[in-house]
Design a binder for this molecule. Structure first.
Ligand SMILES: NC(=O)c1ccc[n+]([C@@H]2O[C@H](COP(=O)([O-])OP(=O)(O)OC[C@H]3O[C@@H](n4cnc5c(N)ncnc54)[C@H](OP(=O)(O)O)[C@@H]3O)[C@@H](O)[C@H]2O)c1
Length: 308
């Protein structure tokens, strides 16, 4: 019998790639969606889709029943207030672990957190990701679990870094954080590979993995710009004050128009933080897995593919 995986967030950037890789590797995949937009694409690759929200224990029980592995990849990444992040990033984890604990044998639980969880005081998003991790650790009981903390993830269909990389193709480098910043990156296919590695081995349990593309010490902006196929001739460093003003304006207009903002005061605080380098000393050894895609290769694939 192929292993069956219950997946949240399958309609998103990372979840969509995970669903595809799991299916390619012969896993049965059941996904919980709250809208029908991505249902045809997922069904076309053989994913069983069920509908509902993460806020209801009944939906969550329907998702996880008789599965071997649960991956909680859904996450709210835009918002201003705690309640914008709470359902997907915290409450859902309590519901999922509660539902999993009643199953025999209990499924293995994978939580997609974020490197942001390392600095919960910076933003409401970072706080919610750390709260989510603590919720799993508290509620896991006898479940076998793992937490992945990726840094910024890039690849086809990513909405956040793609515009910056596209500008690099035109020779323009936009620097969003201080010159001294260092940050890790990972291609979405490598990130999916790390998760698959843990599913295959199922151990170690109760571990928190920071995972990146293996570039030692993280990137500087110079190293990112130098990874572009096209030479970056014009560099623009966005001043912190301008970012703060834009965030303030965005927060006010989002409150008025009712959309969840991406650029907020909290996001600016995350950008100003100068150390987003993963600690992978144990990761590659314990997972017995190594990333395959360097930034240079990832950018070349991304910028020459139709996906951009
Ligand atoms: N992308 C990155 O660079 C990055 C870095 C570190 C960590 N992460 C984490 O990775 C996970 C996936 O991120 P992503 O980049 O793939 O984001 P994404 O493209 O925005 O996808 C988010 C997914 O979560 C679902 N979701 C959000 N709020 C939900 C809610 N209240 N109830 C049910 N589903 C909800 C979305 O469903 P709808 O389609 O219905 O909106 C979508 O499927 C998140 O947990 C994020 O925190 C991402």
């Amino acid at each position: 019998m192929p292993l069956s995986v219950a997946l949240t967030g399958a309609s998103g950037f990372i979840g969509g790639v995970l669903a595809a890789r799991l299916r390619e590797n012969g896993y049965q995949v059941r996904a919980l969606l709250r809208s029908k937009t991505h249902q045809p694409d997922l069904e076309a690759i053989g994913v069983e889709v069920i509908h509902g929200t993460l806020g209801h224990l009944k939906n969550v029980k329907n998702l996880v029943h008789s599965c071997d592995v649960v991956i909680h990849c859904a996450g709210a990444i835009r918002g201003r207030r705690q309640e914008d992040f709470y359902e997907a990033n915290v409450a859902a984890i309590a519901h999922l672990s509660q539902a999993c604990r009643t199953l025999r044998p209990p499924p293995k639980f994978i939580l997609i957190s974020s490197l942001a969880a390392r600095e919960p005081s910076l933003s409401t998003y970072a706080w919610s990701k750390r709260e989510g991790e603590l919720t799993l650790i508290r509620e896991a009981g006898d479940l076998s679990w793992v937490i992945f903390r990726p840094p910024a993830v890039y690849g086809p269909k990513d909405q956040s870094l793609r515009p910056l990389f596209q500008l690099m193709q035109w020779g323009i480098g936009i620097q969003l954080s201080p010159q001294i910043s260092r940050f890790s990156l990972i291609h979405v296919e490598d990130f999916a590979g790390a998760i698959m590695a843990w599913i295959t081995k199922g151990k170690p349990s109760g571990h928190l993995f920071e995972v990146d593309d293996g570039f030692p010490g993280g990137y500087t902006w110079d190293e990112v710009f130098n990874s572009s196929q096209q030479p970056v001739r014009f560099r623009v460093s966005i001043p912190q004050l301008a970012l703060r003003m834009a965030a303030l304006f965005n927060e006010k207009s989002s409150a008025l128009l009712g959309y969840p903002p991406l650029l907020t005061k909290g996001k600016v605080a995350e950008l100003q933080h100068t150390n987003w380098v993963c600690d992978t000393r144990e990761t590659f050894q314990l997972l017995d897995w190594h990333p395959q895609i360097s930034l240079k290769t990832g950018l070349r694939q991304l910028l020459t593919s139709d996906s951009l």
